[in-house]
Design a protein around this ligand. Sequence first.
Ligand code: ADP
Ligand code: MG
Length: 582
Amino acid sequence: MNVTGSVLEGNKAEADAQQELTDGFHLVIDALKLNDITTIYGVPGIPITDLGRLAQAEGMRVISFRHEQNAGNAAALAGYLTQKPGVCLTVSAPGFLNGLTALANATTNCFPMILISGSSEREIVDLQQGDYEEMDQLAIAKPLCKAAYRVLHAEDIGIAVARAIRAAVSGRPGGVYLDLPAKLFSQVIDAAEGQASLVKVIDPAPKQLPAPDAITRALDLLKGAEKPLIILGKGAAYAQADDDIRALIEKTGIPYLPMSMAKGLLPDDHPQSAGAARSLVLKEADVVLLLGARLNWLLSHGKGKQWGAPGSKKFIQVDIEPREMDSNIEIAAPVVGDIGSVVAEMLKGVGPDWTPPPATWTGAIREKVETNIAKMAPKLVGNTAPMNFHTALGALKQIIKERPEAMLVNEGANTLDFARSIIDMYRPRKRLDVGTWGVMGIGMGAAIAAAVETGKPVLAVEGDSAFGFSGMEVETICRYQLPVCIVIFNNNGIYRGTDTDPTGRDPGTTVFVKGARYDKMMEAFDGVGVNATTPDELTRAVNAAMDSGKPTLINAVIDEQAGTESGRIGNLNPQSTIGKKA
Ligand code: ADP
Ligand code: MG
């Protein structure tokens, strides 16, 4: 065909106009959505404001927080609950650093999470010429997470998101950092090319089958035990192998002890639960099967007085991370694999010929459990004001018993320690708490993630100090109208409310405003605020909140004398014996 130059040029302009384009913003969103990531937790700002806005427009749930650490904690706990990486989105330098605490905490706890932060321009940052929010974020993130990646070209976004997802959920789960410089977002490429660059991750957390001889070794050890014990950790809860884990425990007849976030994997009132006989079983057991629990400080590193005579027990450890074996003491039967696959294999070895543990062992535990529960029971009742930890928690224990579907969030010192042992859990993954670091500040992030990811009512049981670290998020809870009921155990301070300044100048270092009314914070945002002075008032207010689903904050007035220094971990808090003024 004979065409003139000007006609050709005209067609080209038309073709350009028709060519569909995409950009970095859209590719990030498309890559997440392609991988079934449907929620973003974050704080908007430069350079990611439009990313959140567009994600919402594209149908993703975008939860905007008041502080990145809370958004990050929400993402981490979303990861724990769903086995999909929770995504936290932050601005550069300071926002990134705020999110980093949560990323490090997620990694420590083995929760899958991706922190996506905008960053400033590489050319200026690397020459240290003083850019807006200049910081080499990738270098700073690296030692605090499983993997860290930076993307410079829009066509690499798909592969980067795929790598981040795989790194977060495969093997031992953990945090991943994804650095997206501002310029990347507005890079424009051909839409078809962009589409083709996206990657849907196939089998992101591949099963890891245990070696047959490792299973045999573990079963042989269990069979020979006189006083076997199973310890369930939050790795077992994360694995979502609930039915098989229950079957293993019930078919073997072995008593079990749940770590705090594994509570409810089997109901806490299960006849084989040794929860209320913890000291006895740790001391006396001869073979201990660790299922997704680490022998870290929370288990006294597997040694010391708590564990009875040195050399008196043998450990079987089931973990997806080979290097966890022998981390503190010798593991006689290491089983490396994912808990679902391992438990399924172990079950094959537990046939009708299985001999349950001796009745002397299970009977002694049962007796101890019953005595301890009976000893505790009278402390949990009584309708007096002010409340103490026991009477207030007695009321909440009853509420969770009647509402086993509810999510429970728990942080504080005494509020944590008492609630962990007093409030029974009945379903898997219903309890979210301070985790491996025993960190304060997870409360509102955890409560928001629990509400968003499960749609169930959430009860957040908070020490007054712990609440302070994330308290501004009550506005977020009210803004998104989440079914969260916060109960603040208000004893006027950290540990207790009785400290004074020996010089008489300032308030004591661990006390807060006396008689503070946290409930009024909630009213500022049109939520429900209640001041509860007795267990009856507390019960009524929590039930009303759980029935209505309205964002509620209950200021539970607790005796300021109640509570001990550092709760149950006072041994970790060094005290000076010299130089203290009376
Ligand atoms: P807890 O504090 O409840 O004792 P930890 O966080 O100390 O629990 O231990 C959890 C362990 O579970 C970690 O060592 C982690 O590697 C392991 N883990 C997590 N997910 C899985 C899984 N799917 N299969 C096997 N092990 C897992
Ligand atoms: Mg307190």
